[in-house]
Design a protein around this ligand. Sequence first.
Ligand code: UDP
Length: 480
Amino acid sequence: MEQQTVPHLLLIPFPALGHISPMIKLAELLYQAGFHITFLNTPHNYDRHLRFTDLQSRFTSSPRFRFQTISDGLPPDHPRSVQLIRDIFFSTQLVTKPLLRDLLLSFPQDLPVTGIIADGIMTFAIDVAQDLGIPIFIFRTCSACAFWAYRCIPKLIEAGDLPFEDHDDMDRPINSVPGMETLLRRRDLPSICRMKDLENPVFQFFVNETLNTARASGLILNTFDDLEGPILSHIGSHFPQLYSIGPIHTLLKTRQGDTPPSVASNGGLWEEGGNCLAWLESKPFKSVLYVSFGSIVSVTRDELLELWYGLVNSGKPFLWVIRKDLIARKEGEEGEIPAELEGGTKERGCVVGWAPQEEVLAHPAVGGFLTHSGWNSTLESIIAGVPMICWPQLSDQPINSRFVSEVWRNGIDMKDRCDRVTVEKMVRDLMVDQREELEKAADKMADLARKCVREGGSSYCNFERLLEDIRSTMSFPQLS
Ligand code: UDP
């Protein structure tokens, strides 16, 4: 009887763009390294992939790369909005978990799944994998600093740093996260820490998901040693099989060489709107501020107007992504935009529904990025050497922005403020007054990021080690 030797990995992203996008790039890297890949999408996201990418041709041209769907456990008409994203945390644990087991048992005997890579907030997959004897690695898509802060939450509680109320003295220092003793204030912690009730299911969910990671064969992070080395050392003392392989989108480009990318670079959940690259062509070198708050954050109409006034009043050209679902309107709220804003935007602005962000950031006309500090956006800005104004809202964003402003110094932090005067001042600081020093730091970091993904660089070598370790842990069942 011959032993089955096809290494076949199942990749399970959390069903949101900021998670799917780096996971699909990891899938592509593993595919190039010779693995058979099955990439799981929810039907909801698979439909969007079909509409906005060349997924169908990808599927037919690459027999070793398949997409398959699994339910996220929510009804088709659920909005899956940021306000209701918590529903997915619990529905996947309840509904997707048993479906995953059935799916794993349904693969043909000549191509069973021999290894799994699951998102770090889908750790129910560890139970299923271990039950079926399949090795599993966890890919947590946030920054190392955020992961470490989540991991230290039990310490924060023990030290009396948690809980606190949202409005209680938010500048109070937090000293109980090893490696960040003099850095953090309450307002810099991941957003779940702004909860009075530590029994809150979402709070508990993040604590447990982070602790569960230790049960996997390894932890993959989308970061690099020159960016987060000291924090990675702390994490490594709890998770010895740690692989920092970021920025993954650049590692992929580097290893791909001349091979054309087969998966849309933006993850393909939105249609790119407007011809903003042509608009950028007409603008002087590093003159434009790019403004985007990622794929799920929403803003109130008041915040939108304050941001807008600040941008227009700064006098700088701006390219702003206003997604269809960016504005969380209150019932009965008017949608009109004041005439002076429309005028200022026509003169200096370009507004689109979605942009090819990596290309925008790499464009010579872009000199700054007003971002919500999502981790993918932060890495994309770092590799492009574009300094940032950070306006964090949720999850890991508040700690990412603290590291940008105080550790890497390639940006400034507008956390918890959103009035037109502050926005205008921040834009001027970024684009004029502090431009030189911020650009210097951003260039230095971009250089380090590019080096780490080249042959011999830390992320390159860590990825090689990951490949070896995945291969050596894989179980190859006997064919009967
Ligand atoms: N993105 C894009 N076009 C846009 C806005 C965002 O391609 O107009 C991409 C961006 O490049 C990034 C992702 O969407 O890869 C957003 O991920 P991030 O982690 O920054 O934020 P999230 O959406 O998870 O809040």
